[in-house]
Design a protein around this ligand. Structure first.
Ligand code: WA2
Length: 269
């Protein structure tokens, strides 16, 4: 191919990749901002009222009515922080026992638990499961509550759907904390966790399929937090960084994680 044609092809790939990266980033951030807004709702109407003005039914209705605000999420849920000393009382009040995430058996004794108490209908199966029993969810819960910022997991297979995705978690505190509160202050004030699953495998797929040129380019998204071991977050075929690949940086709003999009023309295009 002539040099100027190759140049135009490259430019075309760069434009398509950047367009996709910005679209994905915007939808990710919009979804996360809305989960953050939900924490204010929970603080005001759940923790701030005696008795709580939010129950499963109210939460599920509100979550369904605002689902369009979280275009890449399959569902949101609230898990309560329960200390072991309060477990018996908590289980008696709810009329169910706290369960391990994968076996669905009664959770064995630990210092604390994070059972889901309210959920959007689409992820109702999380109810009563201790979200601290899954490694990705657990690490995310701990990081979110110590930082007061939103946290994203590694890409992993989500419960039930088994789709590849990531979970986003935001801590809900029982008191307003100063911005410079210590980790210990934050842990002590933690009342629960609001989170949601980004079903990347189906919802990102949908988004990208709708964009012009989707038949001719292959797109992958990687978590490159550990640069020597990129983790596939989206994509069927592995796209190596090479001369034929354009790389767009992605910022999903978790400063401790890095992501990138890699695009190339498909073999026959
Ligand atoms: N939500 C949906 N599917 C999942 C999942 C999850 N976590 N974990 C594994 N599959 C209630 O961080 C608190 C949501 C976790 C929030």
């Amino acid at each position: 191919m002539r040099f100027d044609m190759l140049e135009r092809r490259r430019e075309n790939l760069a434009n398509m990749c950047e367009g996709r990266a910005r679209m994905l980033e915007d939808q990710f951030k919009a979804s996360m901002n809305h989960v953050r807004a939900l924490t204010a709702l929970l603080t005001t109407f759940h923790l701030g009222k005696q008795p709580s003005a939010i129950n499963q039914e109210t939460f599920a209705t509100y979550a369904a009515r605002t689902a369009f605000e979280r275009p890449l999420m399959s569902g949101v849920a609230y898990a309560e922080r329960v200390l072991h000393a309060n477990r018996a009382m908590f289980e008696l009040t709810h009329g169910w026992t706290i369960k391990e995430m994968f076996s669905k058996e009664r959770q064995q004794d630990f210092d604390e638990y994070a059972p889901t108490t309210m959920s959007q209908e689409t992820v109702f199966y999380l109810t009563s499961l201790d979200m601290m029993s899954g490694q990705e969810d657990r690490e995310n819960i701990i990081r979110a509550r110590e930082s007061g910022k939103g946290a994203l997991t590694n890409p992993f297979r989500l419960l039930e759907s088994k789709h590849l995705g990531v979970v986003f978690t935001f801590a809900v505190y029982s008191t307003d904390l100063p911005f410079d509160a210590t980790k210990e202050d934050r842990i002590k004030a933690t009342a629960g966790y609001l989170g949601g699953a980004f079903d990347v495998e189906t919802l990102v797929e949908n988004l990208l399929r709708q964009m012009a040129g989707s038949q001719i380019i292959a797109v992958n998204v990687y978590d490159i937090t550990n640069d020597t071991m990129p983790l596939v977050m989206y994509g069927h075929t592995n796209v190596e960084r090479s001369d034929n690949t354009y790389v767009s940086l992605l910022d999903f709003g978790d400063p401790l994680r890095n992501h990138e999009m890699r695009c190339r023309f498909k073999e026959d295009a």
